[in-house]
Ligand binder design. Structure first.
Ligand SMILES: Nc1ncnc2c1ncn2[C@@H]1O[C@H](COP(=O)(O)OS(=O)(=O)O)[C@@H](OP(=O)(O)O)[C@H]1O
Ligand SMILES: [Mg+2]
Length: 372
């Protein structure tokens, strides 16, 4: 007698495949399929929260005063939305998130808490039941944000979230990203980066903006239009085919405190690079290398004491690998996501297409040896 239909038996009858082949394909297709879909939904919703804040709260006045409060509202709102969606579908998965609810608590946090609650309800109202919405209006918003307090580590699965990566870029109306990744036994298995201000096609820099990039271990990296409906096509992305480093473009942080521009420039010189660097905030730099807009991402540390955070690199790391590139620290050591909330075993970050990666690390090492 026939048993219930499984993904494998469905594929076998659909495509007239031998069962062994259908089984292989079905495992491949199904691996983290639910996590992938939920992560995309969460990043899309959080990106909408950020864009709503940008439109409503950022004014000429907040910019001239260098007022950071709009980004604070968006940061908390985006983390609340992502954590809420993750809890609904994966209640047992802990989250390592950048924010905690301290600043929203008690009488002192009341104004900010009300702003965040109002924002989340306005942007996600249609996605929430009335019970959920009224829960958000009470205390659930704080609880959702604080689901991000997990310590991380080498065992089991956990998510890591940067609700707004590139806060300064966000305030300037330039590049920022919503970044969500799934880490299993210390390795990144799924990464999503939402880049609301990144042109969809770099050959048309003034064209449509908003890119979502996604990668699952072993399945390649893809981009789609942010906020596209789910039937919209995803297209695979690949790193650049440039073989000669002198033809390469490199990208780096906008902020000189986050990455050493002068050391980056010395490395570029050694590689024969003549084109100016592309300065861009956030993990959009990883997305740019993944789809071949640039060949190299250099993040040479400025401070001896700063330790990189896992949420600033996890999604970008898997997207680069799945697009055919490589990522390591400045000594060529893979980024170690198994330690906890930080990348304490690594110093700095270098990402490049696989063909030129060894040469880039060689130039990084030679430059550092000369400087010391
Ligand atoms: N000292 C120091 N060194 C290195 N990195 C630091 C440092 N201080 C902060 N950060 C982290 O940098 C994140 C943003 O850096 P980016 O390179 O992505 O953007 S930027 O161009 O520098 O704005 C930024 O992420 P967000 O806070 O999410 O914007 C920080 O986590
Ligand atoms: Mg960040």
């Amino acid at each position: 007698a026939r048993g219930p239909a499984t993904p494998a038996t469905t594929l076998r009858s659909l495509y007239k495949l031998p069962l062994t082949t259908a089984r292989k394909i079905s495992t491949h297709v199904a691996y983290l399929a639910k996590e992938r879909a939920v992560a995309i939904e969460a990043v899309e919703r959080a990106s909408q929260v950020c864009q709503a804040v940008f439109q409503r709260l950022i004014t000429a006045e907040t910019l001239t005063k260098k007022d950071k409060s709009p980004v604070t509202v968006a940061d908390f709102g985006a983390q609340a939305v992502v954590n809420h969606i993750l809890e609904r579908y994966f209640p047992d998965d802990p989250v390592v998130g950048e924010e905690d609810s301290k600043d929203l608590q008690g009488e002192e946090g009341r104004v900010l808490r009300e702003k965040v609650t109002e924002l989340v309800n306005a942007t996600t109202g249609d996605a929430m039941s009335s019970d959920e919405a009224s829960c958000f209006a009470r205390s659930c918003i704080l609880r959702a944000i604080d689901r991000g307090q997990y310590a991380g580590g080498p065992r089991g699965r956990h998510w890591t979230l940067d609700p707004i990566d590139g806060t300064k870029g966000f305030l300037r109306g330039e590049q920022f990203a919503v970044c969500l990744a799934l880490i299993i036994d210390g390795q990144v298995h799924l990464g999503v980066v939402g880049c609301p201000n990144l042109p969809y096609d770099m050959s048309k820099p003034d064209g449509e903006r908003g890119v979502l990039m996604v990668a699952v271990k072993g399945q390649g990296a893809f981009q789609r239009k942010l906020s596209a409906d789910s039937s919209e096509q995803e297209t695979p992305v690949h790193v650049s085919g440039v073989q000669n480093t002198s033809d390469a473009v490199f990208c780096e942080s906008v902020e000189a405190q986050h990455s050493d521009h002068s050391t980056n420039a010395n490395i570029a010189r050694l590689l024969g690079i003549t084109k100016p660097s592309v300065r861009m905030d956030s993990q959009c730099k990883y997305a740019s290398v993944a789809r071949g807009d640039a060949e190299i991402y250099l993040r040479l540390p400025v401070s001896e004491t700063y330790v990189e955070k896992i949420w600033d690199h996890a999604s970008g790391n898997i997207i680069i690998h799945e697009a055919g590139g490589r990522v390591s620290d400045i000594n060529g050591k893979p980024l170690d996501f198994s330690i906890g909330r930080t990348l304490s075993a690594n110093k700095g970050v270098v990402a490049a297409s696989a063909k030129i990666f060894d040469e880039v690390i060689g130039a990084v090492q030679a430059t550092l040896a000369k400087d010391n």
